[in-house]
Ligand binder design. Structure first.
Ligand SMILES: NC(=O)c1ccc[n+]([C@@H]2O[C@H](COP(=O)([O-])OP(=O)(O)OC[C@H]3O[C@@H](n4cnc5c(N)ncnc54)[C@H](OP(=O)(O)O)[C@@H]3O)[C@@H](O)[C@H]2O)c1
Length: 241
């Protein structure tokens, strides 16, 4: 029986690359999206073209309780097993302290922390049955503190805390790890100037931005590993050193 990976926020960018990497391995792929319906449908079509009936899409806003419940129910029905849950979806924008509102709190905590927590809760039984894995995608910059991103940072730090706590709580059946990317891609809808880009590259010992593939390869490595749990793997070219 083919294994199944469920990836949140998988229509584009890093989530999409994880989907394409696992397509090559012959896995079934559940592609979650919120607003990017066309990109998600196109990706599912591309995957199904290579491996028939191996990809489905599920839609939902992780800030909304009813949507999270709907996502869980559709994921449970999609394929016989769930072997790997990737909490990749994320909202990312600055919140300088004087501009912070309840709405910012709900959005940044909803997609980056609360949604992932309740997805794990809803899917854990099925993950247990397959001795599966959970990988939470966090952020390498947390360790240094990031001005103007306090809510996003709190959410990702919370996701790392959940990773460690649940690694103990869900063991020995389910492994729970996190991958903390460094500077991989420019934020969505932002184009850095050459000067901004060079400044970022200068701060990275390996002297290049990362790519979607660097994260997908780390996911593949963790999926293959039988003896790693509760770890935060930094994939950041050494930026956090
Ligand atoms: N890119 C980087 O350099 C970098 C650096 C550090 C950490 N990371 C982490 O790596 C992961 C992937 O990064 P990325 O840049 O590929 O992500 P992204 O493009 O910023 O976001 C991925 C997807 O998250 C979905 N999403 C956002 N809010 C949502 C909500 N409320 N409910 C459901 N889905 C929601 C969006 O789906 P729709 O488009 O369908 O709405 C979006 O396409 C993220 O967790 C990010 O924090 C990335």
């Amino acid at each position: 029986m083919n294994k199944t990976i469920f990836i949140t926020g998988a229509a584009k960018r890093i989530g999409k690359q994880i989907a394409l990497t696992f397509k090559e391995l012959g896995w079934n792929i559940i592609i979650h999206y919120n607003s990017s319906k066309k990109a998600a449908d196109d990706l599912a079509a591309e995957i199904n073209n290579s491996n028939a009936n191996s990809a489905v899409t599920v839609q939902g806003n992780l800030d909304v309780k009813e949507d999270v419940e709907k996502i869980i129910s559709e994921v449970l029905d999609a394929f016989p097993s769930i072997d790997l849950l990737i909490n990749n979806a994320s909202t990312f924008y600055p919140t300088p302290i004087d501009d912070i509102s309840e709405d910012h709190w709900e959005k940044l905590i909803g997609s980056n922390l609360k949604g992932p927590m309740f997805l794990i809760k809803g899917l854990k039984q099925k993950l247990k049955e397959s001795n599966g894995s959970i990988i939470n995608i966090t952020d390498t910059n947390l360790s240094k503190g990031v001005a103007n991103y306090s809510i996003y940072s709190a959410a990702k730090a919370g996701l790392e805390a959940i990773t460690k706590g649940l690694a103990r709580e869900l063991a020995p059946e389910i492994k729970v790890n996190a991958i903390a990317p460094g500077a991989m891609l420019e934020p969505p809808d932002v184009t850095w100037t050459e000067e901004q880009k060079n400044k970022v590259i200068d701060s990275i010992p390996l002297k290049r931005m990362g790519s979607e593939k660097d994260i997908a390869e780390a996911v593949k490595f963790l999926a293959d590993s039988d003896y790693i749990t509760g770890q935060i793997i930094k994939v950041d070219g050494g930026r956090s050193l």
